[in-house]
Design a protein around this ligand. Structure first.
Ligand code: ZN
Ligand code: ZN
Length: 270
């Protein structure tokens, strides 16, 4: 930096000059021609002043706000009335800045003030009949979709549960499962009539000493068929008196044959 005197700088029309000597605070900096003060000192003083005066300015502003509340509110109301588009824009900007928090706060307020929310809704609906109809339509459509989805899910979950339950159930109580299957089959064919209970099947199995009615093979666990002595297909009833238990092979081999014919067929009757 060029070393000049204040007088030379002033006559040259400069605002600052440099003496080459440090100021009393040790800055090796230019000085203002107008005051002779070191530029670094000047900046330092300004910053210190700003810092010191900040609290005072804040206090003053607060006091002013309290004393001129009506005036300020009136001005800001006036501005909002004059600039509705800007207000909308600013509100939106503000909202999106904290969208997540705002949504949470709004929903918390709605939960805490259900009556006031309902009142506000009514008022809005009265003032905006067109929009209200539109929003109701949309809400309805959205809900229908949601409900359908919910019922689809519930249905699927229930089916899954039922399947699982029935699997466990039939494992634990094979005769019950067979009883209900038999009833369903009989109903499907729409013939015979009559019904039986799982208890009936247990008793029949006991009476047959746990053996197939035809080949006398030992029946174990789930491994038995409920046989209609006179087949349902031939008008036999689904009543306990028309039932016996057999092994799978005999049951299948008998099929819908007449019991007497079948007995002859396997050589039990002559
Ligand atoms: Zn200085
Ligand atoms: Zn058998």
């Amino acid at each position: 930096m060029q070393v000049t005197s204040k007088a030379d700088a002033r006559s040259a029309g400069l605002k600052r000059y440099f003496t080459g000597k440090p100021c009393k605070h040790g800055h090796s900096a230019e000085r203002w021609v107008s005051t002779g003060i070191c530029c670094d000192c000047d900046r330092m003083f300004a910053a210190k002043y700003k810092e010191k005066s900040a609290a005072r300015r804040k206090a003053y502003a607060a006091e002013y706000h309290v004393n001129n509340r009506e005036k300020i509110l009136g001005r800001s109301r006036q501005w909002r009335d004059d600039n509705p588009e800007r207000v909308k824009e600013l509100n939106q900007k503000q909202y999106w800045k904290n969208a997540e928090a705002n949504r949470a706060a709004a929903s918390a307020w709605r939960r805490a003030n259900p009556e006031r929310k309902a009142e506000a809704n009514r008022k809005w609906a009265q003032e905006n009949p067109e929009k209200n109809r539109d929003s109701q339509r949309k809400h309805y459509a959205r809900n229908i979709e949601k409900q359908r989805e919910r019922s689809r899910l519930n249905h699927a979950a229930r089916r899954q549960e039922e399947k699982e339950y029935s699997r466990l159930y039939s494992k634990k109580f094979p005769e019950r499962k067979r009883a209900s299957e038999g009833k369903r089959r009989a109903q499907k064919r729409g013939c015979g009539g009559g019904s039986y209970t799982p208890q009936d099947i247990r008793e029949i199995i006991n009476l047959q000493d746990n053996r197939c009615a035809y080949c006398r093979v030992k029946l174990r666990g789930f491994n038995f068929h409920i046989d209609h002595i006179k087949p349902l297909a031939r008008g036999g009833s689904n009543d306990r008196r028309n039932l016996q238990v057999t092994c799978a092979r005999c049951n299948i081999s008998k099929g819908a044959k007449d019991p007497l014919e079948y007995a002859k067929f396997i050589g039990k009757l002559i």
